[in-house]
Design a protein around this ligand. Structure first.
Ligand code: ZN
Length: 110
């Protein structure tokens, strides 16, 4: 078990990286539209696409390596698979566990 402050810091980092990931994905359409409207034509579109792809790889990489403050495993990855879910794929810790409380069902308590 880790301290509450450590948990908050860890979850905050996870939320920031998840936000960056979603913003990058959402930015794809407006970025492509802007590139299409520019004077460069398809050349600009292809360049914009590769720039976006590089940024996506970086933010995905950052989301992959982030570790769960509770169990210490990679929050979003189980083996080679990346799951951008709202819970730790190992211990089930929710990304908002420091705000909403830990809602995992504790089988030992029942
Ligand atoms: Zn975990």
């Amino acid at each position: 078990m880790s301290g509450m402050l450590e948990l908050q810091e860890g979850l905050k980092k996870i939320r920031q990286r998840r936000l960056m990931l979603w913003l990058t994905i959402v930015a794809y359409v407006p970025a492509m539209l802007l590139a299409l409207q520019s004077d460069g034509g398809w050349n600009t579109v292809i360049k914009a696409f590769f720039v976006w792809l590089v940024i996506l790889c970086v933010v995905v990489g950052m989301a992959v390596v982030i570790r769960c403050p509770e169990c210490g495993n990679c929050f979003h990855t189980h083996g080679p698979t990346f799951f951008p879910v709202r819970r730790c794929v190992h211990c089930g810790l929710h990304v908002l566990a420091d705000k909403k409380g830990d809602d995992r069902i504790d089988s030992e308590k029942s």
